[in-house]
Design a protein around this ligand. Structure first.
Ligand code: GSH
Length: 241
């Protein structure tokens, strides 16, 4: 086994957070990709919650991208992805949690709309095949809708969701001001978490249009991508690389 093995659903923005952090720290790693039909196996073997990503290393299994990023920063402190001051650490914590627990559901809602859902399904089922892929392809609409309804964002109408996403993007722009990074003077987990979510939400055409109108947001994303991808990684490959 590799020293660092990432168990993942490849297109998950939570897995993307971990891959970006590993590359930023210059750490070699391998990935094990799972299919949607592996959900039961994941729960029984590597993740009591059934969720991925899970990082496996010599210390064992670490579940949840937020925990994994802290684990990596503790074991491989250079370059740091957490600020040194408690106040800035708290800010990164809040922003990361907002990206993971709020922005993610706007992503799910927008990408669940009829004009966007085909791309979402192809992403989610990229490792499934045969009859199960055929079946899941038909069931996924209902699952995405049900998840969005249960969480709440999915109950809002399209115009409301678009204006809330616009407000979120404006908040990122205002938070950046003239600075390069969301918190403090270097890249942190806040930048990694928000950029990872941007890379999937832009696969909804409405979100892509809102993003294109904000040059500060685009420039910041390019800065974060430059620091967390190998040179030459194509923009369309960034959600899965
Ligand atoms: N808070 C978790 C969220 C992870 C998560 O929601 N992963 C999704 C993939 S995008 C998953 O594993 N879903 C499977 C399930 O809910 O059973 C993290 O940051 O790692």
């Amino acid at each position: 086994m590799a020293d660092l093995l990432l168990h993942q659903y490849e297109v998950s923005p939570f897995a993307a957070k971990v891959r970006r952090a590993l590359r930023y720290k210059g750490l070699a790693f391998e990935v094990r990709n799972y299919r949607v039909v592996d959900a039961g196996k994941i729960r029984k073997t590597i993740s009591p919650t059934g969720k991925t990503p899970v990082l496996e290393d010599e210390t064992g299994l670490v579940v949840d991208s937020t925990a994994i990023l802290r684990h990596l920063d503790a074991r491989y402190p250079e370059p740091p992805i957490l600020p040194s001051s408690p106040a800035d650490r708290a800010r990164t914590h809040i922003i990361e949690d907002w990206a993971d627990e709020s922005l993610f559901f706007y992503d799910l809602a927008m990408r669940g709309w009829p004009n966007n859902i085909d791309w979402l399904k192809r992403d989610v089922l990229s490792h499934d095949s045969g009859f199960m892929r055929w079946l899941l392809y038909r069931l996924l609409d209902g699952f995405v809708k049900k998840t969005g309804q249960a969480q709440g964002v999915g109950r809002k109408d399209r115009d409301t969701i678009c204006s809330e996403v616009a407000a979120h993007f404006d908040a990122i722009v205002d938070m950046l001001g003239d600075g390069d990074w969301l918190v403090g003077n270097h890249l942190t987990v806040a930048d990694i978490a928000v950029a990872s979510m941007c890379t999937v939400i832009e696969r909804a055409e409405e979100a892509a249009a809102l993003m294109q109108k904000r040059s500060t947001l685009q420039a910041w994303r390019e800065r974060v991508d430059e620091a967390t991808f190998a040179p030459g990684t194509a923009p369309e490959a960034r959600a899965t690389t």
